[in-house]
Structure formats: C-alpha cells, structure tokens
Design a protein around this ligand. Sequence first.
Ligand code: NAD
Length: 250
Amino acid sequence: MNYGFDGKVALVTGASGGIGRATALGFAASGAAVVVSDVNDTGGKETVALIAAAGGKAVYQRCNVADAGEVKALVARAVSEFGRLDFAHNNAGINNMGSDEYDDAVWDRAIAINLSGVMYCMREEADVMLKQGRGAIVNTSSINGLVGNPAQPGYTATKHGVIGLTRHGALRWAKAGIRVNAVCPGVIETPMTAPLTANPEMKEVLDGLTPMGRMGQAEEIAAAVLWLCSDQASFVTGHPLVVDGGATAT
Ligand SMILES: NC(=O)c1ccc[n+]([C@@H]2O[C@H](COP(=O)([O-])OP(=O)(O)OC[C@H]3O[C@@H](n4cnc5c(N)ncnc54)[C@H](O)[C@@H]3O)[C@@H](O)[C@H]2O)c1
C-alpha cells in the first residue's frame, strides 16, 4: 500500500529490526524520508541500508529513549536533516521475559524505556508538530496494555500506561491538528520473541495462543501504523488499535 507520503518525514524508534524496521520500510516505500533510531547501531544502519537499496531516503540516529536529552537530539535531527516531522512511531520497548519484574532494577528499566521513553518522544515530537499545525503519532502498546499478564507486572503496567499517554495526547492536541493513537500487537514474530520461537515446541505454543493459529508478522503491525498516520484515518485519535489475530476477542 502506497499512502503517498512524498515530502513527508517520519521518525521511528526501536527500528533496528522487528516492528520498527517494518514500519520504517513502510514509511519509506510510501515516499517519506525516515529517521531510523535505536540503541542497536548495527541493526539501525542495516534498516537505513535496506531503505536506500529500495530507493528510499533515511538516516540513522542512535537514541536511548530513556534519556530525555537524547530524545530531544533525535527530534532535532529530524528537523535539521529533513526540515520537518510529520509522523512518529514511538515503538522502542523491552520485555523482561524470564526475569523477576518485582526486582527494583528490572521494574525501573521497564518504566524508563517503555513509559518514560514514550512520554519524552511525544512531548518533543508534539513541539515540532504544533508549530506545523499538523502531525500524527503512533505509540506501540501491546495487548498487555489492555488485559493483564500474571508474569510481567512492569511490562503490563507500562503498556497500559502507553495507552493512557496516548489518550492524553489525543485530547491535549486534538484541536492542534495532531492525532495520537496506539497500536496493540498480539504475539508477533520478531527479535523480541526469537528466543522463544527458536524452540519448535514453544513456537507451537505461541502459535496456539492466537485464535488464528499463528503468530503475527511485523509487517501486519506496520500496516496498521501506516494507516493510522495516513489521511485515511483523519478522524481517528486516541484509539488503541488491536492487531492480534483475535487473541483478545475471547
Ligand atoms: N513481538 C511481540 O510479540 C510484541 C507484542 C506486543 C508489543 N510489542 C512491542 O512492539 C515493540 C517493538 O518490539 P519488537 O517485537 O519489534 O521487538 P524488537 O526487540 O525487535 O524491537 C524493540 C527495539 O527497541 C530497541 N530498544 C530497546 N531499548 C531501547 C532504548 N532504551 N532506546 C531505544 N531503543 C531501544 C531494541 O534495540 C529493539 O530494536 C516493543 O515496544 C514491544 O513491546 C511486541
């Protein structure tokens, strides 16, 4: 799907692979110039190379989203490099699978990256978009932002928090031309879930968690993000869009 984003500028965090890379490639394929960001420099530069190889335009900027100063510099780079910022996908996140999230350090890290990181990004992006009188932001939450997960208090709380921030931003900037939405992926095959899917038995379990009988693909999440940014979604704001193969339909 080509949304005709020629002349537009998109920023994607957590874009060294998985969902973020798929979104960055999708923005570029629709004509936008893309600022690719991550803390994994190798993967981020690979994403830029993939975009360039497909004839698109992108730059890489390292940014730890838990660092407010680095986020400020990231958004400033979008403006200095391409002159504006139309779309932002605040997607960087961690899942502390297997660790005890009642450990203070594990909890604090989830809050810093998954929740504070989204807030830092939103406020800097909105600052630019307010001056333009236009923009669209999509935050990556999760189905764990809508339903509980007994294993992961930090992940569950932060992903619920992302939906709260999304609704806040939507209301705050509704009259300023900025739409803010969230995407809530189900179980998706990405580097995040790769340690689990490497085990065929676990892959079968994960496939079975979804009514469709399979894990989702990063491109299926990217498609939702691109639509939310497009003019096709011009009256959609404050919405947590579930893309989960039916996992939360039960
Ligand atoms: N894969 C799933 O099943 C699934 C389900 C629901 C939600 N999500 C969410 O989707 C988003 C993308 O995850 P993914 O599945 O593509 O996995 P992923 O691990 O490939 O992507 C996450 C990216 O965030 C980056 N990152 C981690 N800490 C960072 C930091 N401090 N600053 C900047 N970047 C940082 C990682 O390097 C990585 O590239 C995450 O927010 C995740 O919570 C994933």
